[in-house]
Design a protein around this ligand. Structure first.
Ligand SMILES: *Cc1c(COP(=O)(O)O)cnc(C)c1O
Length: 472
Protein backbone atom coordinates (compact mmCIF):
# COMPACT_ATOMS: atom_id res chain seq x y z
CA UNK A 1 0.00 0.00 0.00
CA UNK A 2 2.99 2.24 -0.57
CA UNK A 3 1.17 4.33 -3.20
CA UNK A 4 -1.32 5.66 -0.64
CA UNK A 5 -0.56 9.00 0.99
CA UNK A 6 -1.10 7.81 4.55
CA UNK A 7 -0.83 4.35 6.00
CA UNK A 8 -4.05 3.91 8.02
CA UNK A 9 -3.96 2.13 11.39
CA UNK A 10 -2.53 -1.32 10.49
CA UNK A 11 -4.58 -3.12 13.16
CA UNK A 12 -8.18 -3.65 14.26
CA UNK A 13 -9.37 -2.13 17.53
CA UNK A 14 -11.28 -4.78 19.48
CA UNK A 15 -11.28 -3.39 23.02
CA UNK A 16 -12.15 0.23 23.79
CA UNK A 17 -12.00 2.39 26.89
CA UNK A 18 -14.67 5.11 27.07
CA UNK A 19 -13.51 8.68 27.73
CA UNK A 20 -15.48 11.60 29.11
CA UNK A 21 -16.06 14.75 27.07
CA UNK A 22 -16.14 17.92 29.16
CA UNK A 23 -16.87 21.61 28.64
CA UNK A 24 -14.24 24.36 28.71
CA UNK A 25 -15.85 25.67 31.90
CA UNK A 26 -15.44 22.24 33.54
CA UNK A 27 -11.80 22.02 32.48
CA UNK A 28 -10.99 25.54 33.67
CA UNK A 29 -12.23 24.54 37.13
CA UNK A 30 -10.42 21.16 37.00
CA UNK A 31 -7.04 22.69 36.16
CA UNK A 32 -7.55 25.36 38.83
CA UNK A 33 -8.29 22.62 41.38
CA UNK A 34 -5.13 20.84 40.19
CA UNK A 35 -3.02 23.91 41.04
CA UNK A 36 -2.45 24.65 37.34
CA UNK A 37 -0.42 21.45 37.15
CA UNK A 38 -1.56 18.79 34.63
CA UNK A 39 0.28 16.11 36.68
CA UNK A 40 -2.34 16.64 39.39
CA UNK A 41 -5.36 16.20 37.11
CA UNK A 42 -7.49 13.08 37.38
CA UNK A 43 -7.15 10.78 34.38
CA UNK A 44 -10.98 10.69 34.24
CA UNK A 45 -11.03 14.39 33.33
CA UNK A 46 -8.68 13.98 30.35
CA UNK A 47 -9.80 13.47 26.76
CA UNK A 48 -6.42 12.73 25.15
CA UNK A 49 -3.55 11.85 27.48
CA UNK A 50 -0.13 12.62 26.00
CA UNK A 51 1.79 12.73 29.28
CA UNK A 52 3.89 9.68 28.39
CA UNK A 53 4.02 6.56 26.20
CA UNK A 54 5.45 4.52 29.06
CA UNK A 55 3.12 1.61 29.85
CA UNK A 56 0.14 3.56 28.47
CA UNK A 57 -0.23 2.02 25.01
CA UNK A 58 -2.41 -0.75 23.63
CA UNK A 59 -1.21 -4.33 23.97
CA UNK A 60 -1.69 -7.01 21.34
CA UNK A 61 -4.05 -10.00 21.29
CA UNK A 62 -1.06 -12.31 21.57
CA UNK A 63 0.28 -10.46 24.61
CA UNK A 64 -3.11 -10.65 26.31
CA UNK A 65 -3.41 -14.36 25.53
CA UNK A 66 0.14 -15.08 26.73
CA UNK A 67 -0.68 -13.81 30.22
CA UNK A 68 -2.91 -16.83 30.80
CA UNK A 69 0.09 -19.14 30.31
CA UNK A 70 1.90 -17.70 33.34
CA UNK A 71 3.73 -20.16 35.55
CA UNK A 72 3.64 -18.52 38.95
CA UNK A 73 6.28 -20.75 40.58
CA UNK A 74 8.50 -18.84 42.99
CA UNK A 75 11.66 -20.18 41.36
CA UNK A 76 12.55 -21.74 38.01
CA UNK A 77 9.26 -20.63 36.43
CA UNK A 78 8.56 -21.88 32.91
CA UNK A 79 7.61 -18.29 32.03
CA UNK A 80 11.10 -17.14 33.01
CA UNK A 81 12.66 -19.67 30.64
CA UNK A 82 10.36 -18.51 27.84
CA UNK A 83 11.45 -14.91 28.43
CA UNK A 84 15.16 -15.78 28.63
CA UNK A 85 14.93 -17.84 25.42
CA UNK A 86 13.23 -14.94 23.62
CA UNK A 87 15.96 -12.53 24.74
CA UNK A 88 18.62 -14.96 23.48
CA UNK A 89 16.89 -15.21 20.12
CA UNK A 90 16.28 -11.47 19.58
CA UNK A 91 19.41 -9.93 21.10
CA UNK A 92 21.80 -12.88 21.37
CA UNK A 93 22.21 -12.29 25.13
CA UNK A 94 22.89 -15.35 27.29
CA UNK A 95 21.81 -14.28 30.77
CA UNK A 96 18.51 -12.62 31.71
CA UNK A 97 17.23 -11.04 34.92
CA UNK A 98 13.64 -9.73 34.76
CA UNK A 99 12.95 -6.51 36.69
CA UNK A 100 9.79 -4.62 37.56
CA UNK A 101 10.68 -1.79 35.14
CA UNK A 102 13.71 0.03 33.71
CA UNK A 103 14.86 1.63 36.93
CA UNK A 104 14.66 -1.80 38.58
CA UNK A 105 17.49 -2.89 36.25
CA UNK A 106 19.37 0.34 37.00
CA UNK A 107 19.34 -0.19 40.75
CA UNK A 108 21.10 -3.52 40.13
CA UNK A 109 23.77 -2.92 37.50
CA UNK A 110 24.75 0.65 38.40
CA UNK A 111 26.05 0.13 41.96
CA UNK A 112 27.63 -3.21 40.99
CA UNK A 113 29.61 -1.74 38.06
CA UNK A 114 30.71 1.33 40.03
CA UNK A 115 31.93 -0.67 43.04
CA UNK A 116 33.69 -3.14 40.72
CA UNK A 117 35.60 -0.33 39.00
CA UNK A 118 36.63 1.15 42.32
CA UNK A 119 37.85 -2.24 43.55
CA UNK A 120 39.60 -3.59 40.49
CA UNK A 121 41.08 -0.67 38.65
CA UNK A 122 42.32 1.20 41.65
CA UNK A 123 40.03 4.14 40.90
CA UNK A 124 39.38 6.16 44.01
CA UNK A 125 35.84 6.30 45.45
CA UNK A 126 34.09 9.56 44.55
CA UNK A 127 36.20 10.09 41.43
CA UNK A 128 34.04 7.94 39.15
CA UNK A 129 32.54 9.35 35.95
CA UNK A 130 30.08 7.42 33.74
CA UNK A 131 29.56 8.48 30.11
CA UNK A 132 26.56 8.41 27.78
CA UNK A 133 25.27 9.91 24.55
CA UNK A 134 22.64 11.23 27.00
CA UNK A 135 21.56 9.77 30.32
CA UNK A 136 17.84 9.22 30.83
CA UNK A 137 16.85 10.96 34.08
CA UNK A 138 16.52 7.83 36.25
CA UNK A 139 19.79 6.43 34.84
CA UNK A 140 21.47 9.70 35.75
CA UNK A 141 19.82 9.63 39.19
CA UNK A 142 21.00 6.09 39.98
CA UNK A 143 24.50 6.99 38.79
CA UNK A 144 24.60 10.06 41.03
CA UNK A 145 23.25 8.41 44.19
CA UNK A 146 26.09 5.92 43.79
CA UNK A 147 28.57 8.81 43.99
CA UNK A 148 29.42 8.83 40.32
CA UNK A 149 29.26 11.79 37.92
CA UNK A 150 27.03 11.32 34.85
CA UNK A 151 28.56 13.03 31.81
CA UNK A 152 26.77 13.37 28.45
CA UNK A 153 28.74 13.36 25.21
CA UNK A 154 26.32 14.18 22.41
CA UNK A 155 26.82 15.48 18.89
CA UNK A 156 26.99 19.21 18.18
CA UNK A 157 23.48 19.63 16.75
CA UNK A 158 21.60 17.33 19.16
CA UNK A 159 19.66 20.26 20.64
CA UNK A 160 19.74 22.64 17.70
CA UNK A 161 16.12 22.72 16.53
CA UNK A 162 17.03 24.65 13.36
CA UNK A 163 19.07 21.79 11.90
CA UNK A 164 17.81 18.44 10.55
CA UNK A 165 20.08 15.46 11.00
CA UNK A 166 19.42 11.73 10.51
CA UNK A 167 21.04 10.64 13.77
CA UNK A 168 20.87 13.39 16.35
CA UNK A 169 21.17 10.80 19.13
CA UNK A 170 24.76 9.93 18.15
CA UNK A 171 27.78 10.14 20.41
CA UNK A 172 30.47 12.59 19.39
CA UNK A 173 33.06 9.83 19.07
CA UNK A 174 36.11 12.10 19.09
CA UNK A 175 34.88 13.74 22.30
CA UNK A 176 34.11 10.33 23.79
CA UNK A 177 37.69 9.14 23.38
CA UNK A 178 39.05 12.49 24.52
CA UNK A 179 36.90 12.30 27.68
CA UNK A 180 38.17 8.77 28.43
CA UNK A 181 41.78 9.93 28.10
CA UNK A 182 41.18 12.97 30.31
CA UNK A 183 39.17 11.19 33.01
CA UNK A 184 41.19 7.96 32.89
CA UNK A 185 39.58 4.65 31.98
CA UNK A 186 40.14 3.37 35.52
CA UNK A 187 37.63 5.98 36.71
CA UNK A 188 34.92 5.12 34.17
CA UNK A 189 32.71 2.25 35.37
CA UNK A 190 30.49 2.13 32.25
CA UNK A 191 29.35 3.83 29.07
CA UNK A 192 25.60 3.94 28.36
CA UNK A 193 24.34 3.94 24.77
CA UNK A 194 20.76 5.22 25.05
CA UNK A 195 18.55 4.17 22.12
CA UNK A 196 16.69 6.14 21.04
CA UNK A 197 18.12 9.20 22.73
CA UNK A 198 15.13 10.16 24.86
CA UNK A 199 16.47 13.47 26.13
CA UNK A 200 17.26 14.75 22.63
CA UNK A 201 13.61 14.13 21.68
CA UNK A 202 13.62 10.43 20.75
CA UNK A 203 16.41 10.90 18.19
CA UNK A 204 18.08 7.74 16.86
CA UNK A 205 21.66 6.51 17.10
CA UNK A 206 23.19 4.97 13.96
CA UNK A 207 24.66 1.49 13.89
CA UNK A 208 27.99 2.92 12.77
CA UNK A 209 27.97 5.16 15.85
CA UNK A 210 27.03 2.33 18.25
CA UNK A 211 29.85 0.29 16.75
CA UNK A 212 32.29 3.19 16.96
CA UNK A 213 31.45 3.83 20.62
CA UNK A 214 31.83 0.13 21.41
CA UNK A 215 35.23 -0.08 19.72
CA UNK A 216 36.48 2.86 21.76
CA UNK A 217 35.07 1.30 24.96
CA UNK A 218 36.79 -2.01 24.19
CA UNK A 219 40.11 -0.30 23.57
CA UNK A 220 39.93 1.09 27.11
CA UNK A 221 38.19 -1.96 28.62
CA UNK A 222 35.04 -0.16 29.72
CA UNK A 223 31.74 -2.10 29.70
CA UNK A 224 28.95 -0.74 27.50
CA UNK A 225 25.31 -0.79 28.59
CA UNK A 226 22.62 -0.49 25.93
CA UNK A 227 19.78 1.49 27.53
CA UNK A 228 17.16 -0.13 25.36
CA UNK A 229 13.69 1.35 25.95
CA UNK A 230 13.15 2.23 22.28
CA UNK A 231 15.30 -0.44 20.63
CA UNK A 232 12.75 -1.18 17.89
CA UNK A 233 12.15 2.46 16.90
CA UNK A 234 15.92 2.92 16.75
CA UNK A 235 16.23 -0.13 14.46
CA UNK A 236 13.47 1.29 12.25
CA UNK A 237 15.29 4.62 11.90
CA UNK A 238 18.53 2.76 11.04
CA UNK A 239 16.70 0.81 8.35
CA UNK A 240 15.20 4.00 6.89
CA UNK A 241 18.20 6.31 7.18
CA UNK A 242 21.45 4.31 7.24
CA UNK A 243 22.12 3.17 3.68
CA UNK A 244 24.10 0.05 4.60
CA UNK A 245 21.07 -1.44 6.38
CA UNK A 246 18.25 -0.45 4.02
CA UNK A 247 17.60 -4.08 3.06
CA UNK A 248 17.85 -5.49 6.58
CA UNK A 249 14.83 -6.50 8.67
CA UNK A 250 14.15 -4.90 12.07
CA UNK A 251 15.11 -8.25 13.63
CA UNK A 252 18.45 -8.39 11.79
CA UNK A 253 19.32 -4.79 12.69
CA UNK A 254 18.40 -5.36 16.33
CA UNK A 255 20.58 -8.48 16.58
CA UNK A 256 23.47 -6.64 14.94
CA UNK A 257 23.13 -3.56 17.20
CA UNK A 258 23.40 -5.62 20.37
CA UNK A 259 26.82 -6.94 19.36
CA UNK A 260 28.02 -3.46 20.30
CA UNK A 261 27.23 -3.63 24.01
CA UNK A 262 27.92 -5.99 26.92
CA UNK A 263 24.83 -5.39 29.01
CA UNK A 264 21.21 -4.76 28.01
CA UNK A 265 19.08 -2.66 30.39
CA UNK A 266 15.50 -2.10 29.32
CA UNK A 267 12.35 -0.35 30.33
CA UNK A 268 9.93 -2.74 28.63
CA UNK A 269 7.12 -0.17 29.04
CA UNK A 270 8.03 1.51 25.76
CA UNK A 271 8.86 -0.56 22.65
CA UNK A 272 8.14 -3.91 24.32
CA UNK A 273 4.62 -2.54 24.87
CA UNK A 274 3.95 -3.94 28.36
CA UNK A 275 2.22 -1.95 31.12
CA UNK A 276 4.99 -2.91 33.53
CA UNK A 277 8.29 -4.76 33.16
CA UNK A 278 12.00 -4.46 32.56
CA UNK A 279 15.11 -6.45 31.73
CA UNK A 280 18.75 -6.72 32.70
CA UNK A 281 20.69 -9.07 30.40
CA UNK A 282 24.33 -10.01 29.78
CA UNK A 283 25.79 -10.88 26.39
CA UNK A 284 28.14 -13.66 27.50
CA UNK A 285 30.30 -14.85 30.39
CA UNK A 286 32.80 -12.00 30.18
CA UNK A 287 30.96 -10.15 32.97
CA UNK A 288 29.93 -13.26 34.87
CA UNK A 289 31.00 -11.68 38.17
CA UNK A 290 28.74 -8.67 37.51
CA UNK A 291 25.85 -10.90 36.49
CA UNK A 292 26.27 -12.99 39.66
CA UNK A 293 26.38 -9.93 41.88
CA UNK A 294 23.33 -8.42 40.15
CA UNK A 295 21.40 -11.64 40.74
CA UNK A 296 22.24 -11.50 44.42
CA UNK A 297 21.17 -7.86 44.65
CA UNK A 298 18.01 -8.75 42.70
CA UNK A 299 16.88 -11.10 45.47
CA UNK A 300 16.97 -8.17 47.90
CA UNK A 301 15.57 -5.43 45.70
CA UNK A 302 13.35 -6.91 43.00
CA UNK A 303 12.66 -10.54 43.90
CA UNK A 304 14.07 -13.97 43.17
CA UNK A 305 16.05 -13.70 39.90
CA UNK A 306 13.67 -15.91 37.92
CA UNK A 307 10.82 -13.44 38.43
CA UNK A 308 12.50 -10.18 39.47
CA UNK A 309 9.36 -8.29 40.46
CA UNK A 310 7.15 -9.68 37.69
CA UNK A 311 4.42 -12.28 37.89
CA UNK A 312 4.71 -15.29 35.57
CA UNK A 313 1.97 -13.97 33.28
CA UNK A 314 3.78 -10.64 32.96
CA UNK A 315 6.97 -12.42 31.86
CA UNK A 316 5.00 -14.27 29.17
CA UNK A 317 3.41 -11.01 28.04
CA UNK A 318 6.83 -9.35 27.88
CA UNK A 319 8.29 -12.22 25.81
CA UNK A 320 5.54 -11.68 23.22
CA UNK A 321 5.75 -7.86 23.45
CA UNK A 322 9.44 -7.93 22.51
CA UNK A 323 8.55 -9.77 19.30
CA UNK A 324 5.37 -7.84 18.45
CA UNK A 325 7.10 -4.51 19.13
CA UNK A 326 9.41 -5.17 16.17
CA UNK A 327 6.66 -5.46 13.55
CA UNK A 328 7.68 -3.48 10.48
CA UNK A 329 4.16 -2.19 9.68
CA UNK A 330 3.43 -1.04 13.22
CA UNK A 331 6.74 0.78 13.51
CA UNK A 332 6.20 2.45 10.13
CA UNK A 333 2.74 3.54 11.24
CA UNK A 334 3.95 4.83 14.60
CA UNK A 335 6.83 6.88 13.21
CA UNK A 336 4.58 8.22 10.45
CA UNK A 337 1.95 9.22 13.02
CA UNK A 338 4.45 11.32 14.98
CA UNK A 339 5.73 12.86 11.73
CA UNK A 340 2.14 13.62 10.65
CA UNK A 341 1.51 15.45 13.91
CA UNK A 342 4.72 17.46 13.64
CA UNK A 343 4.04 18.36 9.99
CA UNK A 344 0.46 19.35 10.81
CA UNK A 345 1.53 21.55 13.71
CA UNK A 346 4.24 23.24 11.61
CA UNK A 347 1.68 23.85 8.87
CA UNK A 348 -0.47 25.91 11.27
CA UNK A 349 2.57 27.86 12.45
CA UNK A 350 3.42 25.90 15.59
CA UNK A 351 7.18 25.47 15.66
CA UNK A 352 8.35 21.95 16.57
CA UNK A 353 11.60 20.12 17.05
CA UNK A 354 12.51 17.61 14.32
CA UNK A 355 10.22 14.59 14.72
CA UNK A 356 11.66 11.74 16.76
CA UNK A 357 10.25 8.33 17.54
CA UNK A 358 7.67 8.72 20.23
CA UNK A 359 6.71 12.35 20.67
CA UNK A 360 6.29 15.79 19.13
CA UNK A 361 8.06 18.64 20.90
CA UNK A 362 6.46 22.07 20.54
CA UNK A 363 8.77 25.04 21.00
CA UNK A 364 6.72 27.06 23.50
CA UNK A 365 9.50 29.60 23.92
CA UNK A 366 9.05 30.63 20.29
CA UNK A 367 5.24 30.48 20.48
CA UNK A 368 4.88 32.57 23.66
CA UNK A 369 7.66 35.19 23.54
CA UNK A 370 5.66 37.41 25.92
CA UNK A 371 6.09 34.89 28.78
CA UNK A 372 9.60 34.86 30.31
CA UNK A 373 11.30 31.52 31.13
CA UNK A 374 10.80 32.02 34.90
CA UNK A 375 7.04 32.12 34.28
CA UNK A 376 7.21 28.74 32.48
CA UNK A 377 5.82 29.33 28.96
CA UNK A 378 5.66 25.60 28.08
CA UNK A 379 3.77 24.84 31.27
CA UNK A 380 1.39 27.73 30.61
CA UNK A 381 0.85 26.23 27.15
CA UNK A 382 0.14 22.81 28.73
CA UNK A 383 -2.58 24.40 30.90
CA UNK A 384 -4.08 26.22 27.91
CA UNK A 385 -4.03 23.00 25.84
CA UNK A 386 -5.97 21.24 28.56
CA UNK A 387 -8.50 24.07 28.89
CA UNK A 388 -8.96 24.26 25.11
CA UNK A 389 -9.29 20.58 24.27
CA UNK A 390 -8.87 18.33 27.32
CA UNK A 391 -5.41 17.26 26.08
CA UNK A 392 -2.70 16.58 28.66
CA UNK A 393 0.93 17.16 27.67
CA UNK A 394 4.09 17.69 29.68
CA UNK A 395 6.50 20.60 30.06
CA UNK A 396 10.15 19.88 29.25
CA UNK A 397 11.69 23.19 30.23
CA UNK A 398 12.56 25.43 33.15
CA UNK A 399 9.95 23.98 35.53
CA UNK A 400 11.34 20.46 35.00
CA UNK A 401 14.96 21.57 35.16
CA UNK A 402 14.61 23.30 38.54
CA UNK A 403 17.01 25.38 40.59
CA UNK A 404 20.70 25.12 41.33
CA UNK A 405 20.74 23.50 44.79
CA UNK A 406 23.70 25.69 45.89
CA UNK A 407 22.55 29.13 44.76
CA UNK A 408 18.78 28.53 44.66
CA UNK A 409 18.72 30.22 41.23
CA UNK A 410 16.72 28.80 38.32
CA UNK A 411 19.01 26.75 36.02
CA UNK A 412 19.08 28.43 32.59
CA UNK A 413 17.20 26.13 30.20
CA UNK A 414 18.23 25.78 26.52
CA UNK A 415 14.62 25.46 25.28
CA UNK A 416 11.08 25.70 26.65
CA UNK A 417 9.39 22.65 25.10
CA UNK A 418 6.00 21.00 25.42
CA UNK A 419 6.12 17.25 24.82
CA UNK A 420 3.17 15.55 23.16
CA UNK A 421 3.94 11.86 23.77
CA UNK A 422 2.03 9.37 21.66
CA UNK A 423 1.02 6.08 23.34
CA UNK A 424 1.26 3.07 20.97
CA UNK A 425 -1.82 2.19 18.90
CA UNK A 426 -4.05 4.13 21.31
CA UNK A 427 -5.01 7.24 19.37
CA UNK A 428 -5.97 7.45 15.70
CA UNK A 429 -5.19 9.85 12.88
CA UNK A 430 -8.43 11.72 13.74
CA UNK A 431 -7.03 12.37 17.20
CA UNK A 432 -3.90 13.85 15.57
CA UNK A 433 -6.09 16.17 13.48
CA UNK A 434 -7.96 17.17 16.62
CA UNK A 435 -4.68 18.00 18.41
CA UNK A 436 -3.56 20.13 15.45
CA UNK A 437 -6.90 21.96 15.46
CA UNK A 438 -6.58 22.59 19.19
CA UNK A 439 -3.22 24.30 18.60
CA UNK A 440 -4.76 26.36 15.82
CA UNK A 441 -7.37 27.66 18.28
CA UNK A 442 -4.70 28.34 20.88
CA UNK A 443 -2.72 30.33 18.35
CA UNK A 444 -5.70 32.67 17.80
CA UNK A 445 -5.82 33.30 21.54
CA UNK A 446 -2.08 33.41 22.14
CA UNK A 447 -1.77 36.86 23.71
CA UNK A 448 -4.31 36.04 26.43
CA UNK A 449 -2.17 33.20 27.79
CA UNK A 450 -0.59 34.26 31.07
CA UNK A 451 2.64 33.18 32.74
CA UNK A 452 2.60 31.20 35.99
CA UNK A 453 4.09 31.62 39.46
CA UNK A 454 4.42 29.22 42.37
CA UNK A 455 1.87 28.90 45.14
CA UNK A 456 3.74 25.82 46.42
CA UNK A 457 7.20 24.79 45.23
CA UNK A 458 8.52 21.41 46.42
CA UNK A 459 12.29 21.37 47.12
CA UNK A 460 13.08 18.52 44.67
CA UNK A 461 11.37 17.11 41.55
CA UNK A 462 9.10 20.10 41.82
CA UNK A 463 7.23 19.63 38.53
CA UNK A 464 5.34 16.56 39.83
CA UNK A 465 3.59 18.21 42.77
CA UNK A 466 4.04 21.99 42.37
CA UNK A 467 0.98 24.24 42.60
CA UNK A 468 0.92 27.43 40.56
CA UNK A 469 -1.28 30.39 39.67
CA UNK A 470 -1.52 32.79 36.76
CA UNK A 471 0.52 35.99 36.99
CA UNK A 472 -1.76 39.05 36.83
C1 LIG B 1 11.82 4.94 30.56
C2 LIG B 1 13.28 4.82 30.49
C3 LIG B 1 14.04 4.39 31.62
C4 LIG B 1 13.39 4.09 32.97
O1 LIG B 1 12.51 3.05 32.87
P1 LIG B 1 11.19 2.92 33.79
O2 LIG B 1 10.51 1.73 33.21
O3 LIG B 1 10.40 4.18 33.65
O4 LIG B 1 11.66 2.70 35.18
C5 LIG B 1 15.40 4.29 31.49
N1 LIG B 1 16.02 4.60 30.33
C6 LIG B 1 15.34 5.02 29.24
C7 LIG B 1 16.08 5.35 27.98
C8 LIG B 1 13.95 5.16 29.30
O5 LIG B 1 13.28 5.60 28.23
Amino acid sequence: MNHFKHLPEPFRIRVIEPVKTTSREYREQAILNAGMNPFLLDSEDIFIDLLTDSGTGAITQNMQAAMLRGDEAYSGSRSYHTLAATVKQIFGYQHTIPTHQGRGAEQLYIPVLIRKREREKGGKPDSMVALSNYFFDTTQGHTQINRCVAKNIYCANAFNTDVYEDFKGNFDLAKLEQAIIEIGAENIPYIVSTITCNSAGGQPVSLANLKGAYEIAQKYQIPVVMDSARFAENAYFIQQREAAYADWSIEQITYEAYKYADILAMSAKKDAMVQIGGLLCFKDDSLLDVYTECRTLCVLQEGFPTYGGLEGGAMERLAVGLVDGMRQDWLAYRIQQVQYLVDGLQAVGIYCQQAGGHAAFVDAGKLLPHIPAEQFPAHALACELYKTAGIRAVEIGSLLLGRDPQTGKQHPCPAELLRLTIPRATYTQTHMDFIIEAFQKIKENIHNIKGLEFVYEPPILRHFTARLKEVD
